[in-house]
Design a protein around this ligand. Structure first.
Ligand code: SF4
Length: 692
């Protein structure tokens, strides 16, 4: 890192990587960012940061940035650099012609969890009002869509219930399918502090995650379950709670519905730890001990990540977690709660802003005439009352020939979505793919229009973090490609004939506040005064809501859900004897498009396959050997890392580098309720090969 001297001024903004949402001071010399310093006044991070956030400014001015729009008639042609007006007219004509030929439903788009709330709102508005259909989806489809479904069904709101700080009041902390020290490092530091103060830790994860190595903690319980058996595990834990009379009877009586049916289900012997032992591969007594510790805690909190959601039973597992929190009365006060650790900086916001095909902003269903009517009046259009296509449906419809054009903002679907071959087939079937991004990403290989995007340093707006905290994003430099993303969406809408005339993102937020009840008191003025706001922020909670569900749930009482365990479709057998699971590491972020273009690249240059010593010995594998990995979907090659962190029978890799193509081998199995891909369970064979 080059020392660049003293700053002339600084601007406070928000990190664009993970769902912690750390506040930073961008220290500037003129329009150049010379340093990012964690901001002490940031309520989510209180002056801390991780190695990703500190060096994030590196990618904003990277030489790979594309700053001029480009078009081509066919993906076999070279790109042609054009003016903004030409690119937008080209895009609008393509969309209009395709809709004239194939119908209104033949086009759609994907919003980005890396863009601001205001930008996401505009993309879904463009799709609903200008395209005239509900074919809008978000990358949350492939990460936390089961959180949306499962929490809405049980506690009535698709969001985490606490502030991060709440963990400092927890006595027992259950971490399920999450690796906070790598994926949410600043929150992990807070969590570790609480563990050192005496809280107990329960980790439900196939791997020995670093949190388990926290020094000086009073007790930890590791339940190293087999990938794909989360629901069996949560049911077994709940079975212990109920069968041993450890439930919170008062809370159940006062605050919940549908308990008796659930009680009968959970007490069935098939849900006992002993019955589940052969499924989870975790010793029944270990499960009992952990379950008792959680149930007896004064304050028990649950934190979970993509190891919960990215399964064929992702939504079932989220409901299972809610069942446990309701049964033990761990909701509605400090130190407890259900806390999804959101992956991307604004994945909460992209869901809140109406990116899903079935819901308008604020999770207001498209089929509700009253709610839809409110948007129709404000937007001056008639809206479709049927849910549109989800991302996997768009891919299928493209291959079938009924879906012809797609607008993708800030998302590399070719690299991030499962079963790459299927995605390639879908994208190459489109007559018009419009990609808007800061780099020419992998998806752009199949694009007909490339619209240069703007980084988080080039625009005003807001991100909403995993604790529902709306943080300001402030423009520190002019957009390299002249326009911020929200301006480009607005121009595309105008070119299509649906007028949008916002002068500043604050005006977009004012419109959101007028349409979304939980945002009704949110404004840029209040954000300046308070620093940040946790929604709901409305007449009842004018300064926001750090803890949710204190007195009641949006659906009245919490609802227990029946959550039977079903095995994943992709199972290990003789041909594919190991189970592959995927995840992130500390220095890289998701598909790596940003972190690979910063100082972070120094620490992690390639994805590797972590394998247990027993499995490595069996195959004559040593550290650094090249391995061929084959699944039912495809094959790839990675270097070996022999690691005791793995359990025998399970291998692990990251997906930060395109060359490794981790998603070439993941299958298209997905969550039954939301189609979230089952990235965490792929049966594979691993063999030593001589070269890549
Ligand atoms: Fe904070 Fe996450 Fe950014 Fe790290 S990546 S600085 S933890 S927001």
């Amino acid at each position: 890192v080059i020392e660049k001297g003293q700053p002339e001024h600084s601007i406070i903004t928000t990190c664009a990587y993970c769902g912690v949402g750390c506040s930073f001071k961008a220290e500037m010399k003129g329009e150049e960012v010379i340093r990012m310093v964690p901001y002490k006044g940031g309520k989510a991070n209180q002056g801390h940061s991780c190695v990703k956030g500190r060096f994030a400014f590196g990618y904003a001015t990277h030489k790979d940035r594309v700053t001029e729009p480009m078009v081509r008639d066919s993906i076999d042609e070279e790109w042609k650099v054009v003016s903004w007006d030409e690119a937008l007219a080209f895009s609008a004509n393509k969309i209009k012609n395709i809709q004239a030929k194939y119908g209104r439903e033949s086009v759609g788009g994907i919003t980005s969890s890396r863009c601001t709330n205001e930008e996401t709102y505009l993309v879904q508005k463009l799709i609903r009002a200008a395209f005239g259909n509900n074919n809008t989806d978000t990358c949350a489809r492939v990460c936390h869509s089961p959180t949306g479904y499962g929490l809405k069904a049980t506690i009535g709101e698709s969001a985490g219930t606490q502030t991060f700080e709440s963990v400092m009041q927890s006595d027992v902390i259950m971490v399920i399918g999450a690796n906070p020290t790598d994926a949410h490092p600043v929150f992990a530091s807070m969590l570790r502090k609480r563990l050192r103060e005496g809280a107990e830790l329960i980790v439900v994860d196939p791997r020995t995650i670093d949190l388990l190595n926290t020094a000086h903690i009073s007790a930890n319980h590791h339940l190293p379950l087999k990938p794909g058996t989360n629901v069996a595990m949560i049911n077994a834990i709940a079975h212990v709670v109920i069968s041993e009379g450890l439930e919170d009877k008062h809370f159940i009586e006062k605050r919940t519905d549908e308990y008796n049916a659930w009680r009968e289900f959970i007490l069935d012997e098939v849900n006992s730890p002993e019955a589940m032992e052969s499924i989870t591969t975790v010793n029944a007594e270990q499960i009992r001990i952990a379950a008792r510790a959680f149930a007896k805690a004064k304050n028990g909190a649950i934190y979970y990540g993509l190891g919960v959601t990215e399964h064929s039973q992702g939504s079932t597992m989220v409901m299972g977690i809610a069942n446990l929190a309701l049964a033990t009365g761990n909701i509605g006060r400090e130190g407890v709660g259900i806390n999804p650790l959101r992956g991307q900086n604004n994945v909460q916001g992209s869901c809140d802003m109406g990116s899903f095909p079935q819901e308008l902003p604020g999770y207001q269903h498209v089929s509700d005439d009253l709610l839809r009517g409110k948007f129709e009046k404000n937007w001056g259009v008639t809206l479709d009352n049927e849910p549109g296509l989800r991302i996997p449906n768009m891919f299928d419809a493209a291959i079938e020939g009924t879906f012809k054009a797609m607008y993708v903002q800030g998302e590399d679907i070719l690299q991030s979505d499962p079963n790459t071959q299927h995605v390639q087939a879908a994208l190459s079937s489109l007559e018009c793919l419009i990609v808007q991004d800061i780099f020419l990403n992998e998806t752009a290989l199949y694009a007909h229009v490339f619209l240069p995007g703007s980084s988080f340093l080039e625009k005003d707006g807001t991100f909403t973090n995993a604790e529902r905290r709306i943080n300001r994003v402030r423009k520190v430099m002019k957009p390299l490609a002249k326009y911020a993303d929200w301006e480009v969406t607005q121009k595309l809408s105008n070119a299509l004939g649906y007028p949008m005339n916002y002068g500043h993102p604050s005006e977009i937020m004012d419109e959101i506040a007028s349409l979304v009840p939980s945002f009704s008191q949110v404004s840029y003025k209040k954000l300046e005064e308070q620093g940040s706001i946790q929604w709901p922020c409305n007449e009842e909670f004018p300064n926001g809501s750090p803890i949710m569900h204190v007195e009641s749930f949006p659906i009245g009482n919490g609802r227990f859900a029946i959550t039977p365990y079903l095995a994943s479709e992709d199972r290990a057998n003789k041909r594919f004897p190991l189970l592959l699971t995927t995840g992130r590491i500390l220095s890289q972020y998701n598909v790596g498009a940003q972190t690979r273009r910063t100082a972070n690249q120094t620490w992690h240059k390639e994805d590797v396959l972590e394998i247990h010593p027993n499995d490595a010995d069996e195959r004559g594998i040593n550290d650094g050997d090249w391995l061929g990995i084959t699944s039912r979907a495809g094959d790839t090659v990675l270097k070996a890392k022999v690691s005791e962190r793995m359990q025998s029978g399970v291998v692990f890799t990251t997906f930060h580098h395109p060359i490794s193509g981790a998603n070439v081998i993941t299958t298209d199995s997905s969550d039954w309720a939301t189609n979230c891909p089952e990235y965490k369970v792929t049966a594979v064979q691993v063999e030593k090969v001589t070269s890549p």
